[in-house]
Ligand binder design. Structure first.
Ligand SMILES: *Cc1c(COP(=O)(O)O)cnc(C)c1O
Length: 409
């Protein structure tokens, strides 16, 4: 890490290829009995090199925009293993996806489906679609990331799903032969999946009885990642309860994991700029801010933070930190952005650190760089991929010229 910081500078996102592939393989192995199509959710960590490594491992892609479809194709993604979700697909994006011959459109509303039918007809195309249903289960996650309750903008409820099939399920331009679910993220228990899948299987039975040939069930993503300790079940724990529900059902199963693959495959590497005490509070001011990693500000998300080289006597990278250990200090870790919401951590017991020390912000591989912005005109950090004992810059640090590049000087 010190070498990367020296050569690439800070802040920087650093990913481990081995961890990324290890997480992918764990999902693939856990669900292997169902022979699922695993569509890595690009929005969690979108770098084309990351996507390419996962594609080489057999992954397809879950995309939610034309830009992500562009990335999936650039990464060499097999179009047949691309699914396209999102409540607001534009005509351009839909046409782009029809032309790319993607595997499935995941449909979120009647209006969208009607538009897809019209656009497919205009192109004389026949596309495959899955209807996103909203099984009304509570995934018990943050209100901003819960998507499977009745009152969200995503999908249609089960009752409405029947009507959608009756109205649109018997035409050829859009073959409506799948059901899609994505109940939220992160979902750190298996029960919401079980409840959602059971409700959905009942719907599929009814639809089949009515003559609709449902052959695909996409159960979405949302598997948890360990931010604090071991709060997220490993892939096998999800599979243990999900696989028995789905075996022998004559359904092609699709999974869309993002966070569970990427989150712990990446850290944000940052450097201490200053220490400051205000009143009773100790602040550690680092060179990464909310524009680089917005999750703490946006979702009150927890990221474990620890010095890369802790002072003598403090263990390296152990999330089971003994908070009563003498010498630890209660600190807020904050960035340079002009917002009081610009913090990476609040009330954290940390070893003594000084100007110049390197700090690792853990579990930053998912929803980290992809949510970076230029707020305060801060160029985006680079992304680095470590493979074995080598590292490669897979996205360079932006320059001031990049900030102005689109402003037509
Ligand atoms: C975001 C998203 C995912 C991935 O969720 P994770 O929690 O990162 O696994 C999968 N499917 C859809 C439709 C999504 O919007």
């Amino acid at each position: 890490m010190a070498r990367i910081a020296e050569e690439v500078g800070t802040p920087a996102y650093v990913y481990s290829a081995a961890t990324l592939l290890h997480h992918y393989d764990a999902v693939a192995a856990a669900f292997s009995e169902l022979d699922p199509i695993i569509c890595y959710s690009i929005k969690s960590c979108a770098n084309v090199h990351v996507c390419r490594r996962l594609r080489e491992q057999g992954s397809g892609f879950d995309v939610v925009s034309g830009g992500e479809l562009y990335r999936a194709v650039a990464a060499g993604g097999d179009p047949a293993k691309i699914v396209f979700a999102g409540v607001g697909k534009t005509d351009e994006e839909i046409n782009q996806a029809i032309d790319a011959r993607i595997g499935w459109f995941n449909i979120e509303s009647e209006a969208e489906l009607e538009n897809l039918i019209a656009l497919a007809r205009r192109r004389n195309a026949s596309v495959r679609a899955a209807l996103r249903v909203n099984p009304d289960v509570d995934p018990k996650t943050h209100r901003y990331t819960s998507t499977g309750k009745k009152e969200t903008k995503f999908g249609v409820d089960l009752e409405r799903a029947r009507r959608v099939f009756n109205q649109y399920g018997r035409q050829d331009s859009v073959r409506l032969t799948g059901i899609h679910l994505h109940i939220g993220s992160p979902v750190n228990t298996v029960e919401p999946y079980v409840a959602a899948i059971e409700k959905t299987l009942a719907l599929i039975d009814e639809l089949r009885a009515d003559g609709f040939a449902i052959d695909t069930l996409d159960i979405g993503g949302g598997f948890g990642a360990n931010y604090k300790g071991s709060e997220a079940p490993p892939a096998v724990k999800y599979a243990e309860q999900i696989v028995p529900l789905l075996r022998g059902r004559g359904l092609r199963i699709i999974l869309e994991p993002g966070r569970s693959i990427a989150a712990n495959a990446g850290i944000l590497l940052t450097r201490v700029l200053y220490r400051k005490t205000s009143g009773e509070r100790d602040f550690l001011i680092v060179d990464a801010g909310m524009n680089d990693l917005i999750r703490p500000a946006l979702y009150e998300a927890y990221h474990f933070i620890w010095p890369v080289r802790p002072a003598e006597g403090f263990v390296t990278n152990d999330r089971g930190v003994d908070l009563n250990r003498p010498g630890l200090r209660l600190m807020d870790v904050v960035g340079p952005v002009c917002e009081s919401g610009d913090f990476l951590a609040k009330d954290r017991m940390l070893p003594p650190m000084d100007r110049g020390d390197l700090v690792a912000v853990f579990t930053a591989g998912a929803y980290g760089f992809v949510m970076a912005s230029h707020y305060n005109s801060r160029p985006n950090p680079p992304e680095v991929l470590v493979e074995g004992d080598q590292y490669r810059v897979i996205r360079r640090r932006e320059t001031y010229d990049d900030l102005l590049a689109a402003e037509l000087l």
